[in-house]
Design a binder for this molecule. Structure first.
Ligand SMILES: N[C@H](CCC[C@H](N)C(=O)O)C(=O)O
Length: 248
């Protein structure tokens, strides 16, 4: 089977087209395995849809299904556009969290995120306040002055306790820095789109940042997140890295 590999600022994905929905958890585990497979943080299956350009299935590297993935939404929009599945610089597709509208301009892709939900703003863990925000998938967000260190043991505990992705972030002027421990990868990733959006939502709601910020994830790449007329938008470059014929 031919698969295409993308990196969205270090968050990497295997993408392929299928005609039928299926439980592809085992396949995702195999293909995402860093040594025995192609290696990726997640796997996206592009499926036909009667109303939208396509529908997707998204799986984390551990085979778990997730409703949404911000970085994969940008990568798959570019993939679909290049394949002619979507046209005119736009892609409109159905995810587990709702319909995503993406705009493709060369390698720069912007996804309009689904309506987020601020679930809790009062979670106290280890003497700091975390917000629980669903930006397509659930995220805990803490804001710190310094994110040079990220205690992954603490992140793992919080991930298990709340079944979420765990983010720490800091602000410097109109620039936000984000580090994310990702559910389903069970480690820190180099970027997490819904995590960057969740961090922006907290800081924007707390009046700490304007309506658009530059964001640097762990990879150091530069992306942006904005809130325009109530729509949370997330943009950055994507890179198509490989086309591979799978033998497993
Ligand atoms: N690990 C997430 C899904 C992928 C999110 C992330 N890769 C993104 O870019 O939004 C979860 O299971 O909730």
């Amino acid at each position: 089977m031919t698969v295409t590999k993308y990196s969205a600022n270090g968050n990497d994905f295997i993408i392929f087209i299928a005609q039928e929905k299926a439980d592809r958890s085992e396949l995702a585990k195999k293909l995402c395995h860093r040594q025995n497979g192609v290696g990726a943080d997640g796997m996206v299956v592009v499926l036909p849809h009667p109303e939208y350009d396509f529908e997707w299935e998204f799986y984390n590297a551990d085979g778990s299904y997730a409703a949404m993935c911000g970085n994969a939404s940008r990568a798959v929009a570019h993939f679909a556009h290049e394949k002619g599945i979507s046209k005119n610089g736009k892609a409109e597709f159905l995810t587990g969290a709702g319909v995503i509208h993406a705009t493709i301009n060369g390698l720069y892709v912007v996804s309009d995120m689904v309506e987020p939900r601020i679930i809790r703003t009062d979670i106290e863990e280890d003497d700091e306040i975390w917000w629980l925000i669903d930006s397509g998938v659930p995220h805990l967000v803490a804001v710190r002055d310094n994110i040079d260190t990220f205690d992954l043991e603490q992140a793992r505990k919080l991930r298990e306790k709340y079944n979420v992705n765990v983010n720490i972030c800091k602000i410097e002027g109109n620039t936000m820095y984000v580090r994310t421990y990702e559910r389903g990868v069970e480690d820190e990733t180099l970027a997490c789109g819904t995590g960057m959006v969740a961090c922006f939502i907290r800081n924007h709601k707390e009046g700490k940042v304007p309506g658009q910020v530059k964001v640097h994830p762990k990879s150091g790449d530069e992306l942006y997140v904005s809130c325009e007329e109530g729509v949370y938008r997330f943009g950055g470059k994507v890179t198509k890295t490989f086309i591979a014929e799978t033998l497993i």
